[in-house]
Design a protein around this ligand. Structure first.
Ligand code: PMP
Length: 398
């Protein structure tokens, strides 16, 4: 039965990681994988998470099933984190959600849910977008089309072209937006641009589907949700896939939330019955541990304050690396203007070099990044910054 299966090429990022691990150069740098790293190159367990786990270990009394939605406490706390307390959609009892295995679980569940509402509906995604959006949404049956987003030549948004393309999108179609910290390009929409898109969604009737994987990594928990919240005030229906992987550092615990906003409470109840049925037919119910940690942190003032402080530290480290990188590239005499890196947000930016130059950095300098020249900023540190910038400068000259 399985004999005829051919093998698929390894995921490029995982292949890169394997090559990095095998490299014996002590100066090697990994800028491929999208996880936060501290100055020592370590991805730490947050203190607030450790404390929440310790408390849970002591207080937990059962391992009985929780149910397809996860706990009510998790969902209420996450809805408020994402939408902000007192958001009109919450007050109007129009929001329903389920805890999911990561942001990926949320994307997949919501895609299947949307496909039930309208089979093979079109979803528009940014060009470029996170590579895994395509299988997560496409395997659920949605048809994928793309809108222009990022101009590699100028390292900036193509907002006019984006608007021009989205003018043709109407009711029954979905548009995927990155809430903040765009992966892979780091270029985010301004408040004015969100306003334009919210008005288009309202007027044309398309359904926004927002992927929020980095809340708190750009400017702040609230500022990063600005566009999402505005959109949710402007339209009757919307989908949100939230991830707790980065902002809680819970990557391997797999925690996220699939949230839908409906026209009214009655359609919300009907919709939620469908969404939970999608969950039941996939993995039945989410794992508890990570969700319980998030719930414990968000509902305890002390733990929450600690978590927010740790999140601020991660964000500030990334932002200072961004300005440090621009400065060091200049100092190293790298050809080109890299100021865009300072304006961009989150874990990633495209360095804007050619695949051949990316290859050369790997072969000759043991610096690892994906072909597109997307770099994971947190892989840089005070220790490797100078070596990195000098190497880029040399490769750009050669
Ligand atoms: N969306 C985007 C844009 C992402 O970058 C990621 C993580 N790389 C996710 C969703 C989902 O991540 P996870 O399933 O690990 O929560």
């Amino acid at each position: 039965m399985f004999d005829h299966l051919s093998s698929l090429p390894a995921d490029p990022i995982l292949g890169l990681l394997a090559a990095y691990r095998a490299d014996e150069n002590p100066r090697k740098i990994d800028l491929g994988v999208g996880v936060y790293k501290d100055e020592a190159g370590h991805t730490p367990v947050l203190q607030a998470v450790k404390e929440a786990e310790t408390r849970l270990l002591r207080s937990e009394e059962t391992k009985a099933y929780v149910g397809p939605a996860g706990t009510a406490g998790f969902n209420a706390a996450m809805q408020e984190l994402v939408l902000g307390a007192g958001h009109p959609a919450l007050v109007g009892n129009r929001v329903r959600s389920a805890q999911t295995p990561g942001g990926c679980g949320a994307l997949r569940v919501l895609a299947e849910f949307a496909n039930r509402a309208k089979e093979h509906a079109t979803i528009w995604v940014s060009d470029p977008t996170w590579a895994n959006h395509v299988p997560l949404l496409g395997n659920a049956g949605l048809q994928i089309k793309s809108y222009p987003y990022y101009d590699r030549a100028t390292s900036s948004l193509k907002f006019d072209a984006m608007v021009e393309t989205l003018k043709q999108v109407g009711e029954g179609e979905l548009v995927l937006f990155h809430a903040c910290c765009h992966n892979p390009c780091g270029a985010d929409l301004s408040r004015e641009q969100w306003q334009v898109l919210a008005e288009m969604a309202q007027k044309q009737g398309f359904t926004p589907f927002i992927d929020m994987a980095y809340q708190g990594f750009g400017d702040s928990l609230d500022a990063d949700a600005y566009g999402l919240r505005l959109m949710a005030e402007s339209v009757p229906e919307m989908l949100v896939a939230a991830s707790c992987s980065k902002n809680f550092g819970l990557y391997r615990e797999r925690v996220g939330m699939a949230m839908a906003i409906y026209r009214d409470a009655d359609s919300a109840d009907r919709g939620q019955s469908q969404l939970l049925n999608v969950v039941r037919g996939n993995y039945s119910m989410p794992p508890n541990h990570g969700g319980a940690i998030v719930e414990a942190i968000l509902t305890d003032a002390g733990l929450r304050a600690n978590w927010e402080a740790e999140l601020t530290e991660m964000r500030e480290r990334i932002n200072s690396l961004r300005s440090g990188l621009v400065e060091s590239l200049e100092k190293a005499g790298a050809v080109g203007d890299f100021h865009f890196i300072q304006q961009q947000k989150g874990m990633f930016s495209f360095l804007g070099i050619t695949p051949e130059q990316v290859e050369k950095l790997q072969q000759d300098y043991s610096i690892y990044m994906v072909d597109s020249s997307r770099i994971s900023i947190a892989g840089l540190s005070q220790n490797n910054m100078e070596y990195f910038c000098a190497s880029v400068a040399e490769v750009l000259e050669s």
